[in-house]
Design a protein around this ligand. Structure first.
Ligand SMILES: NC(=O)c1ccc[n+]([C@@H]2O[C@H](COP(=O)([O-])OP(=O)(O)OC[C@H]3O[C@@H](n4cnc5c(N)ncnc54)[C@H](O)[C@@H]3O)[C@@H](O)[C@H]2O)c1
Length: 339
């Protein structure tokens, strides 16, 4: 098995998980760390028992001196464009954190650059690698509740981050809802067609931008995906993975985003109110989950020579949901989603 040499850009909060993954996998070797703040990169190296000699001042320096095969981009959303284009131009694959980019134009350029380079640019969507979500998807795909018409997700969390999210214009939709929107694509097996979104900043919010949103997405196959979310919600919080309800022609399924999966289908098909019975949703076991599962899928794709599930050409559809929702919130109009 080939070992791929990695330079990681961005050594903040999320970075540590990626360094751990590189250190744990035999097919990855961490050979460079870069951060705008040199001390942050040094601290990251020290805390993972990596030599300080692998800390570089800039990505350019790391690319030319360390000559990596892969760049991990764990910088903030507005920096993903620059990092990805530079890394692809240097002949590297890029595995980057969500969201792909802070604008659709930039994301489209990143896709064009990835195609032209012949390298893989894939995006972290760790929630695609949750066993209960995979189980729900497989159950729906097998026709467990008939034809799907509606998917609902509720996300209510009170997250006091500090840092870049407190200053973003649309922190919930741009930095968080990308997860939920991408989950909706995986759960429904449908792609986005159009959206109407209303964003607002609740009373008492500690965010500068809008920290709450309600969106109605029209999806392919006539499916409607309803999203209600807030990042400044105190009490009765949901899971970070959201609470889900899926309506089908024969029944309904629910998932609390943690481990409670349930479904009911029609048992007696007559009467004013049909009778229903619980059905079991078979659980799918996954050896690697979350970030580990997603990086494993990226590495498997590299080894086998195909695109991973979250390759940029696919993932841009989830990003388009984000940017179209933001556009709709600003224009107060239904926005058709194009990638
Ligand atoms: N997948 C997930 O579940 C998940 C969870 C949290 C964060 N994230 C994503 O991870 C990314 C990083 O988030 P974070 O929470 O670690 O942020 P952070 O602010 O803690 O860290 C970002 C780091 O990147 C550095 N940086 C910024 N621009 C840079 C540049 N151009 N070159 C080099 N370094 C640069 C900063 O100095 C900082 O140290 C974001 O895209 C975020 O959305 C994903």
């Amino acid at each position: 098995m080939n070992t791929y040499r990695v330079v990681q850009v961005g050594c903040g909060a999320m970075a540590h998980k990626w360094v751990d993954i590189a250190n744990e996998r035999p097919d990855l070797e961490m050979i460079g760390l870069v951060d705008l703040n040199h001390a942050t990169a040094e601290k990251c190296a020290e805390s993972h028992k990596l030599p300080l000699s692998i800390v570089f001042d800039t990505l350019e320096e790391a690319l030319s001196k360390a000559k990596p095969d892969i760049v991990f981009d764990i910088t903030i959303p507005s920096a993903h464009y620059d990092v990805t284009l530079k890394a692809l131009a240097a002949g590297c694959h890029v595995f980057g954190e969500k969201p792909m980019a802070d604008t659709m134009d930039r994301a489209r350029e990143m896709v064009t650059a990835a195609k032209a380079s012949g390298k893989i640019y894939a995006v972290m969507q760790n929630r695609r690698y949750l066993p209960y979500q995979r189980s729900l998807r497989a159950f729906l795909e097998s026709g467990g509740i008939g034809d799907i018409s509606t998917v609902n997700a509720d996300f209510y969390i009170g997250a006091h981050f500090g840092g870049f999210r407190d200053l973003m214009e649309s922190p919930l939709v741009l930095d968080m809802a990308i997860h939920t929107f991408d989950q909706a694509r995986q759960i429904s097996g449908a792609d986005p067609v159009a959206v109407y979104c209303h964003e607002h900043n609740p009373k008492g919010s500690w965010y500068r931008g809008n920290a709450s949103a309600t969106c109605i997405f029209e999806m392919t196959d006539g499916i409607v995906f309803n999203y209600r979310g807030s990042w400044c919600s105190e009490g009765l919080i949901t899971s970070w993975e959201s609470e889900w309800r899926v309506q089908g022609s024969k029944g309904s399924a629910k998932w609390d985003g943690v481990n409670n999966l349930e479904a009911e289908v029609i048992s007696v098909a007559e009467g004013f109110m049909r009778k229903h019975e619980s059905v079991e949703i078979p659980e799918i076991a996954m050896p690697l989950t979350g970030h580990d599962g997603c990086v494993d899928a990226m590495m498997t794709a590299l080894h086998e020579g195909h695109d991973p599930e979250t390759v940029c050409m696919e993932n841009i559809k989830s990003l388009a949901m984000v940017h179209s929702a933001i556009e709709s919130a600003r224009t107060k109009e239904r926005v058709e989603i194009s990638i």
